[in-house]
Design a protein around this ligand. Sequence first.
Ligand code: B12
Ligand code: SF4
Length: 446
Amino acid sequence: MRILLIAPAWPDPIWGNNEGRGKTSRAIFPPLNLLMIAAATPPGHTVQIVDEGVSQLDETTPADLVGITAMTANAPRAYELAERFRARGIPVVLGGMHPSALPDEASQHCDAVVVGEGEELWPRAVADAEQGRLQSIYRAEKSPSLAGLPVPRRSLADPRRYLLPTTMQATRGCPFACDFCAVSHFFGRGYRFRPLEEVVQEVRDSGAKVIAFVDDNIVGSPTYAKALFRALEPLGIRWISQGSLNMAKDPELLELAARSGCVGMFIGFESLSPENLAAMHKRQNRADEFSAAIRSIHEHGIAIEGAFVFGFDGDDEGVFERTVRFARQNHLEAAQFGILTPFPGTPLREKLEAEGRIFDNNWAHYNISQVVFKPLRMSAQTLQQGFNWAWQEFYSLGSMVHRLGWFRRNASILWAINLNARQRLRHFLEKMAVTGGILAPQQGTH
Ligand code: B12
Ligand code: SF4
């Protein structure tokens, strides 16, 4: 069969989505999920990947089977595409976070839904499609082992289109279960890791010198993480990843991470309020320890992109200013501010639904940049404006110079500057997209 795999555009001009404008488009990462699905495809079929974030999809492309991935924010586009291909008589399989959370919704737009991780289920779906007897749902009995995962078919994505073309995973899942996060629901609470030798081999074979480990929490098991970092050290790579803040309490772990080439970590601080952290079940984060934790990570030459979320029930109108001040004072190299978003399948969504507070169910708005629920202690408009203000303020030129001037370690400085430039662009584009460019800086919010 001729198999066409599609990563649909999402309604966000920042992370690489240009709604298929193509040619000069660049995104941050290639769609690792489709590279994995391509690798899991049984032999005898041809596979083509189209990432709408960086290229134009030709809807007349000849295909015998179409597979589409979807997060919540791009689910509407995924459904639209699925229906168009089905109208041409081509069977469509949907997979990824959103169809897995809401398979009944997804089934209304496609022939089959793969619920959960696809490496074992996709070959079954392909075999059934070949026989013309696709089942409507493919669901794994349990989370699959990560030993012997296929090697992503990176050659199917043009590396020139991506800021960091080599992504991989060493682990899946997260040992924690924060209320707003889709990860534990999707991957299960069990934290799984790949055999070290397979990760090392994949790094070697990729030939890449800079790698993004898109694990949810690469330090979820300190024992595994230390062994992984020891194994990576001789490879001479530089890498970035995501991890929980408790890593800062383990100097040996930080030392090994730095020696193995870690130059940056995306870390969820989420909130400066102990009450908010307790309510979201983020027990590993202690707000009173944040500054010390940042210092010890910085002392190891590791840059930090801190993630903060606005809109928790404990947040009042002062949260934006407090948070930006904290991020600046602690010299975070980069920050991602998000609006609390009740993704399907999360305890947060159940709670807000039960309280009747969700007013927007258009999935395209679930991009953590738009308010879709009634906050408790401020209006939805104030939340939106405060979020806009936080981006503008943190990525003002003065703030960037202040933070980056302080951060002088050569290993990470280029990464930090690149990220800041990108985030500044992100904010600018986002503001233009969300507000039509008419909102002045929201100083008055506070
Ligand atoms: C890297 C990443 C990104 C990257 C790039 C994504 C890309 N090009 O693929 C960037 C930075 C661009 C990004 C952006 C966003 N992301 Co993001 N991202 C991730 C992350 C950390 C890893 C994704 C990944 O590569 N996973 C590895 C692959 C192998 O796993 P997978 O995608 O689940 O795929 C498997 C299965 O789902 C299935 N499958 C997937 N697709 C398909 C398709 C078919 C046909 C089949 C058969 C099977 C199948 O098989 C795959 C192999 O097992 C995930 C967390 C996670 N663990 O997945 C969050 C995650 C997907 N992101 C999330 C979010 C919220 C976002 C943003 C909205 C906000 C943000 N963080 O900035 C934006 C979206 C942009 C927008 N504004 O709309 C949420 C999604 C929640 C949801 N319900 O949608 C996640 C789960 C993080 C979280 N903690 O909640 N993200
Ligand atoms: S620590 Fe991060 S990945 Fe883990 S459940 Fe919480 S938000 Fe999700």
